[in-house]
Design a protein around this ligand. Structure first.
Ligand code: PEP
Ligand code: MG
Length: 583
């Protein structure tokens, strides 16, 4: 049994499918001039094999998806015949005596950098295609093992070095039983998405495996405890299949709570909304009784595509979400890329500290036209439901004012064109940077509501990268510093009479409930998968008792004290059969 980080709960049992690792180690030796012809032969052989492979995938893809989508592979074939690309590779081999794979790698880097510099979407798309084709060619030149993507006919456990949110967005959740990643931690966006989709995930296994997992290995993963078992014996497999079935049963039981009102035993009412990043997740959230959307991570609309979504495309999605949710609020967060969220067609700079870098509101205020397109779409959609708007990563008054000024410009333009929008649309900000906490009283005078993003707040407050598995044990959402920051934020909002909710992962941790009861926070937003678990917890909690525990937590000085006390409180309160009517 190998111990990693349990990043999305649940047990999964099945065969592994290992995603190819596109990181290559290149030979450093030079080619002997007399062997140049041989090197060219290797290159041509690699090109032939890559072409055959692309033809094969194209054919399969066409059968499964359709002819239009498979045309992308024609573009890939054309790159392998492109005279400029090929002569660049040949030139590097011929003049610098570099190995074929090194020449291919350098040519890819050269063209990708060049195309990225051009302010032309078509060229940027070509850069993505060149990378893709180049990687395929490198795979053959370096003799990496063969990989064909499963065509979703057999469910599998996906194994990857690291999984980007856009890769995860590609997957069909019905066929992915579970996910194993070498990198990543609990609050990486891919983990958040896996939880939202109910896919168990074990992360952070880098350097823990004695030998790499192979496609076809039989795996068990336990996303609650962070265990991975490769090729288990029969008794272990049997044990875990019982655990998995029991979990399934429990989930089905919990589903009975979907329509039950969220309140404590002593009738303190709270509203449980959901964090979503897609309509797929919204459907799940509504099924589990979410009272609205507390955080719509719109960046996922921008992912998994070749160019920025148009105003019309965004408008349609926001409208659909607002209509589906009905009278409850939908908090739409403006674009929050950067950090671990990237767009293929928008080149972010190479940064030493991406989470401290060019991201979120900083990008939007720098790329105002792009920002305005989103604001227009949100405003136009606001007449179709109860929409609120929220800016991420705010760290100063100036940022709020500048963002609001852009919003005013967009409103004026709509006004001028007679396009309707909700004039009273509430505007809020995420409190997820310690600087914002420290000036929360000033910020509260500028906006209509706060939403506390504990995922980033914890990483910035404790200086612990939320993506780094090596220091995951230092990521403590219940650290006294974090609890104080949360309290300061809530008190500032309450003093100013504005709304405050919590939408970080902490809200979905049922142990945190006493904190919100003590602070008087009645709006929480969480992953769809956490809704019923938290509601179950609430129905079994007496607010007056919980507040006593929370009071103690706010006095604790040591890192782990509060987490321990809240866990004990949860264990004491768990009543197994709540579903049977007493709720
Ligand atoms: C947060 O930081 O807590 C948050 C909710 O935003 P995200 O996880 O998308 O960064
Ligand atoms: Mg955040």
């Amino acid at each position: 049994m190998i111990n990693g980080i349990g990043a999305a709960s649940g047990v999964a049992i099945g065969k592994a499918f290992v995603l190819p690792n596109w990181e290559w180690s290149m030979p450093e030796t030079q080619v002997n001039p007399v062997d140049l012809a041989k090197e060219f032969e290797r290159l041509y052989e690699g090109i032939r094999t890559s072409k055959d492979e692309i033809e094969f995938i194209k054919k399969e893809f066409r059968e499964v998806v359709g002819p239009e989508e498979s045309s992308i592979f024609d573009a890939h074939l054309a790159i392998l015949e492109d005279p400029v690309f090929m002569s660049e590779i040949r030139g590097i081999i011929e003049r610098q005596y570099k190995a074929a794979e090194v020449a291919v790698k350098e040519a890819i880097d050269h063209f990708v950098a060049m195309f990225d510099l051009l302010d032309d979407e078509y060229m940027k798309e070509r850069a993505v295609d060149i990378k893709d084709v180049g990687n395929r060619l490198l795979k053959h030149l370096l003799g990496a093992p063969e990989v064909t993507l499963p065509l979703d006919t057999q469910p599998y456990i996906l194994v990857a070095k690291e999984l980007s949110p856009s890769q995860l967005a590609h997957l069909n959740p019905n066929y992915v039983l579970g996910i194993v990643t070498m990198m990543g931690g609990k609050t990486a966006h891919s983990s958040i998405m896996a939880r939202a989709l109910g896919i168990p995930l074990v992360a952070g296994l880098e350097n823990k495996l004695q030998s790499p997992i192979q496609t076809g290995d039989f795996l068990i993963i336990d996303g609650d405890n962070g265990y991975l078992i490769v090729n288990p014996d029969e008794a272990t497999a049997e044990h875990y299949s019982v655990v998995r079935d029991r979990q399934r049963e429990k989930r089905e039981q919990l589903e009975l709570l979907s329509t039950v009102v969220a309140m404590t035993r002593d009738r303190v009412r709270m509203r449980l909304a959901s964090n979503i990043s897609s309509v797929k997740e919204l459907d799940m959230a509504l099924k589990y009784g979410a009272e609205g959307v507390g955080l719509f991570r719109t960046e996922f609309l921008y992912m998994d595509r070749k160019a920025f979504p148009t105003e019309e495309e965004q408008y349609e999605v926001y409208k659909l979400v607002a209509e589906k949710v009905g009278e409850h609020p939908v908090v739409i967060r403006t674009l929050d890329i950067g950090g671990d969220k990237h767009l293929d067609y928008f080149q972010l700079p190479e940064e030493q500290n991406p989470f401290l870098g060019y991201r979120a509101i900083r990008i939007c205020l720098d790329q105002k036209e792009m920002f305005k397109t989103q604001l227009r779409a949100i405003l136009r959609a606001s007449v179709h439901g109860n929409i609120k708007m929220m800016f991420p990563m705010i760290s100063s008054i100036e940022e709020v004012r500048e963002a609001k000024a852009v919003l005013e410009e967009v409103k004026a333009d709509l006004e001028q064109h007679g396009i309707p929008y909700d004039r009273g649309l509430p505007v809020g900000i995420m409190i997820e940077v310690p600087a914002a906490v420290m000036i929360a009283d000033f910020l509260a005078e500028e906006v209509d509501f706060f939403s506390i993003g504990t995922n980033d707040l914890v990483q910035y407050a404790l200086a612990v990268d939320r993506m780094n598995e090596q220091i995951a044990h230092l990521y403590h959402p219940y650290h006294p510093a974090v609890l104080r920051m949360i309290r300061m934020t809530v008190e500032s909002a309450q003093a100013a009479g504005i709304g405050v909710s919590v939408c970080g992962e902490l809200a979905g941790d049922e142990r945190s409930l006493p904190l919100w009861l003590e602070l008087g926070v009645s709006d929480l937003s969480m992953s769809p998968q956490s809704l019923l678990k938290v509601k179950h917890r609430m129905l079994n909690t007496t607010a007056s008792e919980a507040r006593e525990v929370a009071k103690q937590c706010f006095r604790n000085r040591e890192i782990t004290e509060s987490e321990k006390q809240l866990t004990q409180f949860l264990d004491r309160n768990i009543i197994q059969h709540v579903v049977k009517g007493e709720a």
